[in-house]
Design a protein around this ligand. Structure first.
Ligand SMILES: NC(=O)c1ccc[n+]([C@@H]2O[C@H](COP(=O)([O-])OP(=O)(O)OC[C@H]3O[C@@H](n4cnc5c(N)ncnc54)[C@H](O)[C@@H]3O)[C@@H](O)[C@H]2O)c1
Ligand SMILES: [Zn+2]
Ligand SMILES: [Zn+2]
Length: 371
């Protein structure tokens, strides 16, 4: 069937809306009418060429929610009318990582870079004028209708508004889990969050939720700092040097217990700065992505070893999406997690490029396309 979706035709480039053909779901797939899609910096990394696109045109978007409108043949677990949130990482449920509660590391993730199907890098579900179109994370939530694997879909309570729900498909779990799971924040701790976008703001609420006594938000943009204070930050400063100093003042010179790096375009020096900010035995969690080919690092090796610091990468907040997405939505239903407050601006699909301009200008915690 025909649909409209935002694609990149070149890299570096801008997302623009095109008329696409979306295939019917095959076995193990569903076709979903999108209700909402968040604008995450990771899509922009593809537009700018920081991260690689395997095939052009490329249909973006990986943080989305919608309603199932068709189920592939011999496909169990989903029915027409189900409300779903997509997990930006698929989970097969059977590999070593899934079996041990590490769905974020599922082996299916290895194929995401093909922008095609997990099992066949030559098989696509979107096309433009007869040419195959790559799918971001196998999803392409910047399409009005998309066909995805059931390994990427999590059924949710239909009472939950889909614009709120979509945020749990990437930003919420990534940030919240970076604090709760990857930094394993404990009550009373001092936590620094560096970069307050859609990811960092959720690391702030995750750290507060886990009981941190002090959450120091770092961002050069005043709106981000003001926002962080509404999401549980106790302090908000403009740069990491100030946060490091504050962390030391509050801990008799020791330093923060954890520092979480959620900078939009993360560089090696940001990681080094955050690692220096933490105390002996403290944890630096790296969430932000940057130039994909970067091998640049600025790691204070003596501090890492002699102060026994922990440098921890974090993918989708070290979560198990099929359990954690519904759990986060229950927390929202109970008033323990802020979700609608994350949406600064709602856009139409045609305004997608404008949404990314606003992200770069620091105007949004999260921009969301509402279909
Ligand atoms: N690891 C994962 O699983 C995962 C998942 C999603 C996104 N990401 C990555 O996380 C990063 C953040 O994404 P986002 O959508 O929140 O981006 P965003 O652009 O919305 O927010 C980034 C923030 O960083 C701030 N910033 C820039 N330089 C800074 C500095 N030196 N110090 C402090 N703050 C600084 C910006 O002002 C902005 O507020 C991106 O690199 C994205 O690709 C990682
Ligand atoms: Zn994302
Ligand atoms: Zn798996």
């Amino acid at each position: 069937m025909r649909t409209r979706g935002a694609v990149l035709r070149e890299v570096p480039g801008r997302f623009e809306v095109a008329e696409l053909e979306v295939d019917d779901p095959r076995q193990g797939e569903i076709r979903v009418r999108m209700a909402a899609s968040g604008l995450c910096h990771s899509d922009d990394h593809h537009a700018r060429g920081d991260q690689r696109v395997a095939i052009l045109p490329f249909a973006g978007g990986h943080e989305g929610a919608g309603v199932v409108e068709a189920v592939g043949p011999h496909t169990t677990g989903f029915a027409e009318g189900d409300h779903v949130v997509f997990s930006f990482l698929p989970a097969c449920g059977r590999c070593r990582w899934c079996a041990h509660g590490m769905q974020n590391l599922c082996d299916l993730g290895a194929s995401l870079g093909t922008n095609a199907r997990w099992d066949d890098p030559t098989s696509f579900r979107l096309s433009l004028d007869g040419r195959p179109v790559g799918q971001m994370c196998g999803l392409s939530t910047f399409c009005e209708v998309t066909t995805v694997s059931t390994a990427s879909a999590v059924k949710i309570d239909p009472a939950i508004p889909l614009d709120v729900a979509c945020l749990t498909g990437c930003g919420v779990g990534t940030g919240w889990g970076a604090a709760v799971n990857s930094a394993a924040v404990r009550p009373g701790q001092v936590v620094i969050v560096m970069g307050i976008g859609g990811i960092g703001i959720n690391a702030v609420q995750g750290a507060a939720h886990a009981g941190a006594a002090t959450v120091i938000a770092v961002d050069p943009v005043p709106f981000k700092r003001e926002s962080a204070l509404r999401f549980g930050a106790t302090h908000a400063v403009t740069d990491i040097a100030e946060a490091t100093e504050l962390g030391r003042q509050l801990t008799n010179g020791q330093g923060a217990d954890a520092a979480i790096v959620t900078v939009g375009v993360t560089l090696g020096r940001h990681v080094g700065q955050a690692l220096r900010a933490v105390r002996k035995g403290g944890t630096c969690v790296v969430v932000g992505l940057g130039e994909v080919r970067s091998r640049e690092g600025d790691i204070p090796l003596m501090e890492l070893v002699l102060y026994q610091k922990r440098l921890q990468g974090s993918l989708f907040g070290a979560s198990a999406p099929s359990a954690d997405i519904p759990a986060q939505l229950r927390l929202w239903q109970q008033g323990a997690l802020k979700l609608e407050e994350l949406i600064t601006t709602r856009y139409t699909l045609d305004q997608v490029a404008e949404g990314f301009d606003d992200m770069h200008a620091g105007r949004n915690l999260r921009g969301v396309i509402v279909y």
